[in-house]
Design a protein around this ligand. Structure first.
Ligand SMILES: Cc1ncc(COP(=O)(O)O)c(C=O)c1O
Length: 431
């Protein structure tokens, strides 16, 4: 909480809306999670003061503990070389394994259902190789739209590889004409309409552009009722909203760890594979030595017998230096816990949403806090130029073409005062 010079309080707003800086500071002072901000390194704005960083939905900030975590492994490499693979403490051979428990707590899974590996798109490919199994008429994929480009490329390439036609076999259900959000009932109806020919339903938990949180349990049920496998891209959901992947009976999911999970640029991705599939050795996989029983990794002629659980989807040995900062970040998540994190997120994002109601902005994120995560998506005809003017004033946010500015106050490191200040700066830019 660094009060900036010249940020005058503006008094109470209409209908008791919190437009007063003192009110924002009081909320920060009263919030038990406020001290966690000091665990992160804040980028600076053009004036040298900490930027108002609202881009955690793109790249989460660096935990202060990340550097030491990486340095510890650099040290181990320097001191021990290859022997660090089996050194006591944090042996590299199993470096990813202790991260499964905390990740499982974040997404509501058993630790056996989690593996931490590769990048998100690569993981979507691995999972599609296993779970997109078109047979006869049941060959189509249904997704919510607009699809993130990388997901679209992944889905179309798997259809093409199986000599299917993406123009007819990929069904994308987007918002109705003139609307911004996709309707759950439209998705359910489309799934039911295509029940005879769907092999896979592949949906995004929180939509990257609008911030809409889909009803994961309900849509997973709808996909199962249609006889399809149901997978989720949780890039914008993991670490953002509370999830219960195991109990919701999700078949598989993948997410990245550089957004809400603060694992660092391009950090290692994660997957969920429900135990009923993970323990089923007949599920086809793209094999590699890391996906099998550790004692058999050097069997020269041994068969590919996948390890039980999501671990059986690994192919390569863990990227230790890339996992170290993720380990540092997951420790913070474990300390806070998702229920407390989400409670603060709902309050903080709700506070910002109320401030924005007084401005001439079109908010396309759902108005219902239960139907969105931390991100608010704002539509402007001149989004790029609005963002430029905000950036000159020390705000870091991002644009998704053509006209959406995304801002996401992060419950671990953003403050009510920053939300208030952002709304004041946006007002300044717009009037
Ligand atoms: C929804 C979604 N899917 C896929 C990706 C691609 O991620 P990666 O580059 O880690 O494969 C992103 C990245 O931002 C994303 O937001």
């Amino acid at each position: 909480m660094e009060p900036r010079p010249g940020s005058a309080a503006t008094g109470d707003g209409p209908q008791g809306r919190p437009t007063d800086e003192a009110d924002a500071l009081a909320r920060d002072a009263a919030d038990p999670l406020s001290p966690f901000r000091d665990r992160f390194l804040l980028p600076v704005g053009p004036d040298g003061a900490p930027a108002i960083y609202l881009a955690g939905q793109s790249l989460g900030l660096q935990p202060r503990s990340a550097r030491a975590a990486i340095e510890a492994e650099l040290d181990a490499w320097a001191r021990l070389g290859i022997d660090a693979h089996f050194a006591p403490g944090r042996p590299w051979f199993t470096f990813d394994e202790p991260l499964r428990e905390p990740m499982a707590r974040i997404v509501g899974a058993r630790s056996s259902e989690i593996a931490i590996l590769n990048g998100l798109t690569v993981n979507i490919h691995l999972l599609l190789a296993s779970f997109f199994r078109p047979t006869g008429r049941r060959r189509r994929i249904l997704a919510d739209g607009p699809l993130f480009p990388s997901d679209r490329h992944a889905l179309t390439s798997h259809l093409a590889q199986r000599r299917l036609d993406p123009s007819t076999d990929l069904i994308v259900v987007g918002p109705r004409a003139g609307e911004s959000l996709v309707s759950t009932t439209d998705l359910e109806a489309a799934i039911a309409d295509h029940a005879a020919d769907l092999a896979l339903v592949f949906l995004s938990g929180v939509h990257f552009a609008t911030g809409q949180l889909l009803d994961i349990e309900r849509l997973t049920d709808a996909g199962h009722a249609a006889g399809a496998i149901v997978g989720w891209d949780l890039a914008h959901a993991a670490g953002n909203v509370e999830l219960a992947l195991h109990d919701w009976d999700v078949d598989f999911a993948a997410w990245c760890t550089y957004k809400y999970l603060n694992g660092g640029p391009g950090s290692v991705g994660a997957i969920f594979v429900h135990d009923r599939h993970g323990r089923d050795r007949s599920v086809p996989r793209l094999g590699g030595w890391w996906g099998i029983d550790p004692d058999r990794r050097f069997d020269m002629d041994g068969p590919f017998l996948p390890a039980a659980g999501a671990a059986g989807f690994e192919a390569s040995n863990p990227p230790v230096l890339a996992l170290a900062p993720l380990a540092a970040s997951l420790a913070i998540f474990d300390e806070v816990g998702m229920p407390a994190l989400r409670a603060r997120s709902v309050a903080l994002t709700g506070y910002l949403a109320r401030l924005l109601q007084d401005l001439p902005v079109e908010m396309i994120a759902p108005a219902d806090p239960a139907a969105r995560g931390a991100q608010l998506s704002l539509r402007f005809d001149t989004a790029e130029s609005v963002l430029e003017r905000l950036a000159a004033r020390g705000v870091v946010a991002d644009v998704r073409a053509p006209d959406i500015i995304r801002v996401a106050p992060m419950p671990l490191y953003n403050t009510y005062r920053e939300a208030w200040r952002f709304a004041s700066l946006l007002r300044e830019v717009l009037v």
